[in-house]
Design a protein around this ligand. Sequence first.
Ligand SMILES: NC(=O)C1=CN([C@@H]2O[C@H](COP(=O)(O)OP(=O)(O)OC[C@H]3O[C@@H](n4cnc5c(N)ncnc54)[C@H](O)[C@@H]3O)[C@@H](O)[C@H]2O)[C@@H](O)CC1
Ligand SMILES: Nc1ncnc2c1ncn2[C@@H]1O[C@H](COP(=O)(O)OP(=O)(O)O)[C@@H](O)[C@H]1O
Ligand SMILES: [K+]
Length: 528
Amino acid sequence: MGPMIRAHSAAAVRAAEEPLLAAGEPLMASAAFALATHVVAELRARGRVAGSVVLLLVGGGNNGGDALFAGTHLVRRGCQVHAALVSDGVHEGGLAAARAAGVRVHRVLDAADPAAAVVDLARRCGVWVDAVTGIGARGPLRGPAAPVVAALAAERSAWPQEPVVVAVDVPSGIGVDDGTVEGPVLPADVTVTMGTAKPGLLLPPAAGLAGRVEVVALGLDGTLAAEPPAACSLTAADVADLWPVPGPDDHKYTRGVLGIAAGSQTYPGAAALATAGALRTGLGMVRYLGPEVPADLVRTLHPEVVTVPGRVQAWVLGSGVDPADAARTAELHEHLSAALAARLPVVLDAGALTLLQEDTRLPDLPATAVLTPHAGELAQLLTACGEETAREDVTAAPARHARLAAEITGATVLLKGPTTVVAAPAGPLFAQQDATPWLATAGAGDVLAGVLGALLAGYGDLIASGTHDGAHLPASLSAAAALVHGRAARIAAGLPPGPGEGRARTGVPITAGDVAAAVPAALRTVLG
Ligand SMILES: NC(=O)C1=CN([C@@H]2O[C@H](COP(=O)(O)OP(=O)(O)OC[C@H]3O[C@@H](n4cnc5c(N)ncnc54)[C@H](O)[C@@H]3O)[C@@H](O)[C@H]2O)[C@@H](O)CC1
Ligand SMILES: Nc1ncnc2c1ncn2[C@@H]1O[C@H](COP(=O)(O)OP(=O)(O)O)[C@@H](O)[C@H]1O
Ligand SMILES: [K+]
């Protein structure tokens, strides 16, 4: 695989650090030096280093220790460094070193209003270094740190010249392992994270508060490489490794045939959009099976599509299907049964998710069935499974709910949203943030179902043979489909393909059809 971004849990990081610390490795010194180097780089990018005024927000643990030692380097680089101690006790060695180097220490908890005191101090500082808590945090910020961080977060965007916020390891207060945000968090421009990324830096909603993530190698790579990451994000290079590219001996049946049973007399467009997404993704053939109106539309728009039953290597079921339509849902059931019996991968979208809820087979799906709900659909699905869930519960903790649904159903779950989260019953979570909010438009999900279906069809024979790595392949392919779909949206909207590039540009509105049409352009950026 390519250079996938891997994140490990707090516990895994501690376990990896242990032998190094026991061997006397100066991990904190390395972390602090790297942190200072990144702060200097941010300052340099904005003008000057010497003379800059830096604020360290120092909590009671080693996270604060990292910042205090980094402060000593920053003083040496000519910065004026202030440390606001937001905990009664702080890292003693770090504090002594900081004082000795000339860092100005402020015991803000002695003030009548610590939050106001920190805000006052922060107003004079161009860089705020958030070192309140790291992987040792338990729950949302509490004690005096909570109002201090809340006040800074509120003031951040009101500054005449916005400060640069550098978070140490993680933005303090996020759910390090699950990406939840249950209390105040200061959004960062850059997070300098130690040893490896943490799941909360990739998973929504916390990922949106981390800014650019810079990983500092602390020598943990060897130990951590031996175990699967808790969460990861595919890069374009990973997707290139996964994408089926036809060779000279391939023909349409080896490239993959996708069966699409989507769309209805009421919603024929879903059939056309799922088909368009699949065809642009590249595969041997699309077989469309559905009622007259959508079938006519598909044939008219895509004359290459076959509309008679026959062999397929994967299915897309349910986009634009009304679950109240008994005859149609009976057909979907039949396709699903046949697919499961043949061990074929199957995408269950929209209407297929609803019909699953009444199906006793629901708990027995294989990981090669990929459910593609948005937050509302996932909440309904979980509720139907006996886990009372509201849409807001899902958006507050997308990864946890996607995983829960995967565990209950046995299927792979691709949860759509600003960040797409993919969870199989076991193995790493995937988080893909490749799109643009312009993608939130009717039919975009149908296109995604088609893209994913085509990709699964390319792997259909391998998956049916059972010789692949079980649960992990469908999840990786789902993440790959999300990346390509997201990039297609960015390109259609006139944005550069990679997220984070050209943030200032906002792009233009797009239709779902535009997204499908841009899939080849997205693949050009991936496959080169
Ligand atoms: N283990 C090591 O030697 C290394 C650790 N490093 C740094 O150390 C950090 C972990 O250090 P610690 O284990 O000391 O833990 P932290 O510094 O993350 O947090 C512990 C401190 O935060 C307080 N705290 C915990 N939960 C809180 C909450 N919800 N609200 C307010 N305060 C809370 C605790 O009372 C304690 O004072 C890493 O994130 C990393 O930055 C790095 O220096 C690399 C080496
Ligand atoms: N704010 C957002 N930013 C980026 N992508 C988004 C955002 N909101 C939704 N999306 C994406 O847009 C698509 C919408 O799909 P879906 O909700 O199924 O719509 P529909 O059912 O109309 O096709 C999904 O791929 C989802 O991940
Ligand atoms: K922090």
